[in-house]
Design a protein around this ligand. Structure first.
Ligand code: C5P
Length: 239
């Protein structure tokens, strides 16, 4: 612990989720947090701006991009898609573990520079939602099975909700644990069903936090950003 009672453990990376419709809106947020370097781009923005604009941001603004497209297709198609993304300078990307071990292995094989993490179960799904698509195992068991598959394929880690974090970090020490569904105390969870606060996620070993609406929909985004910054060990820059 340091003087402010915070853990000396490596600080998690904080990815601001640019869930916005276009380039103009994305650049507005980059200007709002000028020192921030880590952004997550999802389907909404990527399908609008395309790979060239994203690559230009990486090169001109020196951004680290987490491209969250959650690929899920036959192994060959996913491998070829990963090979294309690998050339764009993306740092981190996602595939769905439900695609199976062969798909995960093919993705891993196709990437030379990017880290790949496997999405276990979307944070918007509950055990009841899974039962409705025919997955009747308890949620923790289903997640354990998917995490084992990610390990077998030698991915760099997994995307899990805060609820599974403690258990999963114990099973796979040293992996990347990307946690979306971050909410501030007493904040509504919106469409997310399995949410957690940033400080709890950090305590339980998250290596990467995805900060979306809790920041971009806040009344005072700069104030909320500073709130997150204060959670980090002294001297760390939230970037
Ligand atoms: O705004 P909110 O904090 O709910 O945003 C969560 C972000 O994390 C979204 O960009 C969403 O696509 C992403 N995500 C998620 N659940 C996963 C993986 C990614 O909510 N399992």
């Amino acid at each position: 612990m340091n003087a402010r009672g915070k853990s000396e453990k490596a600080s998690p990376r904080l990815w601001i989720a640019l869930d916005v419709p276009d380039e103009e809106a994305a650049e507005y947020w980059m200007r709002t947090f000028p020192q921030h370097r880590h952004y997550k781009i999802g389907m909404e923005l990527f399908y609008q701006i395309g790979p060239q604009r994203m690559r230009a941001w990486i090169e001109e603004k020196e951004l680290d991009i987490f491209l969250d497209l959650k690929l899920h297709d036959i192994p060959r198609t996913v491998a070829h898609a990963i090979a294309r993304l690998d050339k764009l300078g993306v740092r981190l990307t996602t595939i769905h573990l439900a695609g199976g071990v062969e798909m995960c292995e093919a993705a891993k094989e196709a990437s030379s520079t990017m880290d790949i993490v496997g999405v276990s179960v979307l944070t918007s799904l509950s055990e009841e939602d899974l039962a409705r698509i025919g997955i009747n195992d308890p949620l923790p068991e289903h997640i354990r099975r998917l995490v084992a598959l990610a390990q077998q394929a030698e991915l760099q880690g997994v995307v899990v909700s805060g609820q599974e974090l403690q258990e999963v970090t114990a099973i796979w020490p040293g992996a990347r644990f990307v946690v979306p569904g971050i909410r501030r105390q007493q904040e509504p969870s919106q469409d997310q069903k399995r949410v957690i606060t940033a400080s709890q996620a950090m305590l339980w070993g998250a290596t990467d936090l995805v900060i979306g609406r809790t920041l971009l929909h806040a009344r005072n985004p700069r104030g909320v950003y500073q709130e997150f910054q204060r959670l980090l060990p002294e001297g760390e820059i939230l970037s």
